[in-house]
Design a protein around this ligand. Sequence first.
Ligand SMILES: Nc1ncnc2c1ncn2[C@@H]1O[C@H](COP(=O)(O)OP(=O)(O)OP(=O)(O)O)[C@@H](O)[C@H]1O
Ligand SMILES: [Mg+2]
Length: 337
Amino acid sequence: TKSLTVFYLKNEEGKKELILDQNNAEDDKDIFKEKLEKSVEDITNKSLFSLEIDKRSFVVVPVFCQCQVHGYLGAEDKTSDNAVEGMKIADQLRFLSELTTISLEKFLLEKVNRDLVINEEQNRIANEIHDGVLQKLFAISCGVFGIKKNAAYLDTKKITDELTAIQESINDAMGDLRSTIYGYSWKKNGVNNFLNDIYKLIDRTKNFHGININFETKGNLELISAEYKKAFYRILSEGIGNAIRHGKASSMSIQLNIYKEDVFLKIHDDGIGFNPDVLKETKKQGLGIRNMKTLTESLNGDLQILSEEGKGTSINIEIPVKLQSHKEEFYESVGCR
Ligand SMILES: Nc1ncnc2c1ncn2[C@@H]1O[C@H](COP(=O)(O)OP(=O)(O)OP(=O)(O)O)[C@@H](O)[C@H]1O
Ligand SMILES: [Mg+2]
């Protein structure tokens, strides 16, 4: 094809762009483009056609991408007296057209995949920030409010203690934020981190909100997989946050039991309660309960909200067990149900 003029007239979102490789340097690209555009205007749905521009013949094939014409690929045909050579050019163009279609569609697919991955990552970041850092910032803000309100009656030691607790929570929140940003898998190392983190969460709630939480657990919590721990921690943070913000609860009880077949989590508060049916209205839905449900369902579990106005709220979650270590070892160590 080196001795022939070849072109690709790109037709993307109605805008036409011409890529021209010409053997006749005197061709004016703009004039050629104008004439070419006019000639292809009337041609629809043909897989191969010929064009006459300035008394020169061109064989042209459309290039499709996702069932739309992405552009026209053409080559000069100087073989009017040689049908076999003419067919060769046409075949080459058809082949190139198919190849281009495959490449374009692959490129588009990769872009869609890239966008999906970005979207998923955005959701993960938003959800983790909501369930972790935001809850901690809320507790910190309540702690600061408490100090401001009672500053006149608090002695220096008490203020220092409260500020130290707040500082620890800020450091914790910064740690969470870092994990979220870098996508660390949750608390990979450390043996008793999960339980420690729950106790810290409970202590923080007691200190900053004055709420008493009775926490009971059965079975060896450290045996459940990191994925479960991360989900439970996020669910607990949100459940506690909701009980304080919406329920105005004064006490809570949390049960986390690892049984032979499943894990059971119950978060109960003695707050004002609500009618769970309101969650069916989209505008009443927040991220919190939706995230709790998504996390539970991602582990094939089931979440029930039992609440009534004036009668507190219970969130019951049951998830089939998936252990970190061998199941048999686990049965021996827990010895329940
Ligand atoms: N423990 C609770 N006590 C009373 N009402 C609750 C409780 N938990 C949830 N609700 C009600 O359910 C609604 C939805 O809760 P959800 O956690 O999904 O959203 P949110 O807390 O309003 O906002 P977000 O969690 O996105 O910050 C709340 O607005 C509140 O009306
Ligand atoms: Mg919430």
